[in-house]
Write a protein that binds this ligand. Structure first.
Ligand code: SF4
Length: 397
């Protein structure tokens, strides 16, 4: 049963130009109502999954912009879980924060509530980049927020970086990496900008207003990121994630990549577990309605149907099942994102020796091409194959 919980807080002050996450821009965060809805959802999930009693190992508050919420909101949730299921001895409790929201009082409150890891959405130190991405903080906010977090005693800070945005040069990225590594975070998540449908930046590209960074330059930038972070003692443990040492790897995200069971609570949150009810029903997943208003109305029992009840109410959470071979493909896809690769014993244990033997047979050609390697215990993607993960997976399954 899951010991990793994700809580989605889908409220922001304004919408960033590249954002495809479920979130809405609001002036006021409905803390009280949303808290009630989250707790109601937990009780509901526990009825569906009666074994939901394991102490939490990781708890992740993502968004949206969780730092818009007050420390007392987090205190109440963390205390609730402490009473209901408890926590393991040293849980990882992460909060995503916008540099513009961080101030000393808030940080002290977050710490007192039990949060021990902060993921700070820096994205870039370039004024032009921050404008293009539609971020509401400036470069000075990042350094100030980081210093305040350190002074308050937070010893596990992750910085998010977005690179290869239109107009960015390698020199500009090098300057970003320099500023970022000077702060000496324990963890960095670095992603190239992606263009999701419905986002402002994607519209601007389609209208010819801006031009994406060409692929060869993106690849050059990816090596620049790895080289600079490596020199600063941050080693890559996943395609886009770097950490100062093993203990600072994101335990929460490792659980995703290793396809462990997890609970997601909140509007737009998803969760899943291995149900193993036969080859057609190996994994069971759910995803909640993204609209926070509707989510709250459903969970707080105040749903009124639009035409007085003659039509079917919108389900607030959709479920799906993944069959055995689909789950196997997902395990390969996620596991190969990790530099340590996939532990073959676990794969055999879950899917049987024949499935694994077939994959290793197919892996031989990729091994001879230098894309992938394996030994008796693990299967992993090499440095040369790192940026071709998708095509490698397609050839493996
Ligand atoms: S802060 Fe994050 S979730 Fe909110 S709009 Fe920006 S990218 Fe999206």
């Amino acid at each position: 049963m899951p010991e990793n919980y994700y809580i989605h807080l889908p409220f922001c002050r304004s919408k960033c130009s590249y954002c495809a996450f479920p979130s809405v821009a609001v002036d006021r965060v409905p803390e009280k109502e949303y808290l009630k809805a989250l707790l109601a959802e937990f009780r509901f999930r526990r009825k569906l999954w009666p074994g939901l009693t394991k102490p939490l190992s990781t708890l992740y508050f993502g968004g949206g912009t969780p730092s818009l919420f007050t420390p007392s909101f987090f205190s109440k949730i963390i205390d609730f879980f402490a009473c209901e299921v408890g926590f393991v001895a040293a849980p990882e409790i992460t909060l995503e924060a916008n540099p513009a929201d961080v101030n000393r009082d808030k940080i002290r409150g977050y710490l007192a509530a039990g949060i021990n890891r902060i993921s700070l959405g820096a994205q870039t130190f370039s004024a032009a980049g921050l404008r293009l991405l539609g971020r509401r903080h400036d470069a000075a906010n990042i350094s100030q927020a980081f210093t305040s977090l350190r002074q308050a005693g937070i010893t596990n800070i992750s910085l998010d970086l977005i690179y290869a945005w239109p107009g960015q040069s390698c020199e500009n990225l090098a300057a970003d990496l320099d500023k970022l590594t000077t702060l000496a975070p324990e963890h960095v998540s670095a992603y190239t900008l992606s263009y999701e449908s419905g986002c402002e930046i994607t519209r601007a590209v389609a209208a010819g207003e801006i031009v994406p960074v060409p692929e060869p330059l993106q690849i050059e930038m990816m090596s620049l990121v790895e080289d600079n972070l490596d020199k600063a003692g941050l080693y890559r443990y996943e395609v886009s994630n770097f950490s100062r040492s093993r203990i600072f790897q994101s335990r929460h995200n490792l659980a995703y990549w290793q396809l462990k069971d997890f609970i997601g609570l909140g509007a737009g949150a998803c969760g899943g577990r291995r149900c193993r009810q036969g080859p057609e029903q190996w994994v069971e997943r759910y995803c909640n309605l993204a609209d926070p208003e509707l989510y709250m109305r459903h969970l707080l029992g105040a749903v009124s149907e639009p035409d007085g009840g003659s039509c079917e109410p919108v389900p607030w959470s959709e479920t799906e099942t993944v069959n055995f071979s689909g789950a196997f493909a997902e395990a390969l896809m996620m596991g190969l994102r990790l530099r340590q690769g996939i532990v073959l014993a676990s794969l055999r244990n879950e899917y049987g020796p024949d499935m694994v033997a077939a994959v290793l047979a197919r892996a031989q050609l990729l091994q001879s091409e230098g894309m992938l390697d394996f030994d008796e215990s693990r299967l992993w993607i090499t440095d040369s194959g790192l940026y071709l993960t998708d095509s490698i997976i397609n050839r493996l399954v």
